[in-house]
Design a protein around this ligand. Structure first.
Ligand SMILES: *Cc1c(COP(=O)(O)O)cnc(C)c1O
Length: 400
């Protein structure tokens, strides 16, 4: 795809090559479209990357988080500590189980939960901490894991935005009792829709496998409906517990395998784009750049490129800048509106502005810029140039 100065630039774009297309076509030709060898291979690859023994493929990151919490026995009456500055799925999965989300405010540098506030929020009812590596930044995951261990509370790592990142040399996905990745088309790698639960815990893994497959006891080859499966005859219609259909198709898993094989190249390409933005925007006093974790032992897995306007700008100005970019056919978004201020959260829990000041202050000034591997220098230049004009216009409006 060629880029020209006047073609639209989307916010995100998956990186699909002939390799991915061939892999999916092969599955279509094989006749085996679900529960087959690709699922097992894809699970192995993601688990290995996260340094974990088990991978359980599911049909979305949200489904994965739901099953992770269920497998840990979380339900009504339990509290789960989490961040108000994230994609809504990280709180919704807590609500699905009937447990109560307990928000703690963020650290304005990493944009992840402030570890001290996490510790202060623990009560006798706290059953888990659900921590997110926001925008792919792994900072604090080690400290939050230490707090969870010290208090004997399970850590669920929502690493849906951070595949391939590292915190103190340890891979993202290896910090919690359970970790969950996601493969929606805007993530680092995609399966269209999809997710992956990773864990070292045999019991949690077995429960997740059963729960994603209608509560069946056994799963694997020979478990397709109507297939002869030897001494496991009838297992397809034996349901030990209330389960779900959260399975991921073989087409999606084949796509996932092809993407995983290219993961390091994909991450490098994303890093190049991020650095190009950084170098261009570095000296603008109106903009706060993402804080990259210090030291080579920690590394971002770039999910999105989100800048923040300086403190003198408000949400109205920010929204006008986003609209301005979009008028020029440049994708832009307000990642993320605070979860506690979403209408359904206000209604149910009485959350209100002022509850989590840091998250709110950050959230009102963020702008996600177009971000994907193939973004070229000409396009990045055009985006920065247009952004610059929009910001300068806000400056003129303020003086009037
Ligand atoms: C993407 C994402 C998810 C899962 O999203 P799905 O669309 O269900 O795959 C969960 N949590 C966070 C923080 C995410 O960014």
């Amino acid at each position: 795809m060629e880029s020209t100065w006047n073609s639209a630039i989307p916010l995100s774009l998956p990186d699909i090559t002939e390799k991915e297309i061939a892999a999916v076509t092969q599955v279509l030709q094989s006749g085996r479209l679900s529960i087959g060898p690709r699922q097992a291979r894809f699970e192995e690859m993601v688990a290995e990357r996260a340094g974990r023994r088990h991978g359980i493929a599911v049909n979305s990151g949200t489904s994965g988080l739901h099953l992770a919490l269920l497998a840990l026995g979380i339900g009504p009456g339990d509290e789960v500590i989490t961040t108000p500055f994230s994609f809504v799925a990280s709180t919704n999965c807590i609500l699905y189980t009937g447990a109560t989300p307990v928000f703690v405010d963020i650290d304005p540098r990493s944009l992840n939960m402030d570890p001290e506030k996490v510790e202060a929020a623990i009560t006798p009812r706290t059953k888990a901490i659900l921590a997110v590596e926001v925008f792919g930044n792994p900072t604090h995951m080690d400290r939050i894991a230490a707090i969870a261990n010290a208090h004997e509370i399970a850590l669920v790592e929502d690493c849906c935005e951070a595949l391939g990142g590292k915190c103190r040399e340890k891979p993202v996905g290896s910090f919690g009792r359970v970790g969950v990745f996601a493969f929606f088309p805007n993530k680092q790698i995609t399966t269209g829709e999809g997710g992956m639960i990773v864990t070292d815990d045999d019991r949690v893994a077995a429960l997740c496998r059963s729960l994603r497959n209608q509560g069946r006891a056994l799963e694997g080859f020979g478990d397709l409906p109507g297939e002869a499966c030897g001494n496991r005859l009838g297992s397809w219609l034996a349901h030990e517990r209330l389960g779900y259909n959260y399975r991921l198709s073989e087409l999606a898993c084949a796509l996932g395998i092809a993407q995983m094989e290219r993961l390091d190249d994909i991450l490098d390409a994303r890093r190049r784009v991020a650095m190009s933005y950084m170098n261009r925007i570095m000296d603008w006093k109106e903009v706060i750049l993402p804080t990259i974790p210090a030291g080579h032992a920690n590394s971002m897995s770039w999910f999105v490129f989100v800048i923040r306007l300086a403190h003198e700008y408000d949400q109205v100005a920010r929204d006008r800048i986003i609209q301005g970019l979009r008028r020029h056919e440049i994708g832009a978004s307000n990642y993320f509106p605070c979860i506690h201020l979403q209408p359904y959260m206000r209604e149910r829990f009485g959350c209100k502005p002022g509850d989590y000041p840091m998250a709110e202050s950050v959230s009102g000034r963020t702008i996600a810029l177009p971000f994907y591997n193939k973004l070229d220098e000409t396009q990045i230049e055009l985006i920065c140039h247009t952004l610059r004009i929009m910001i300068q216009r806000e400056g003129l409006l303020k003086k009037e």
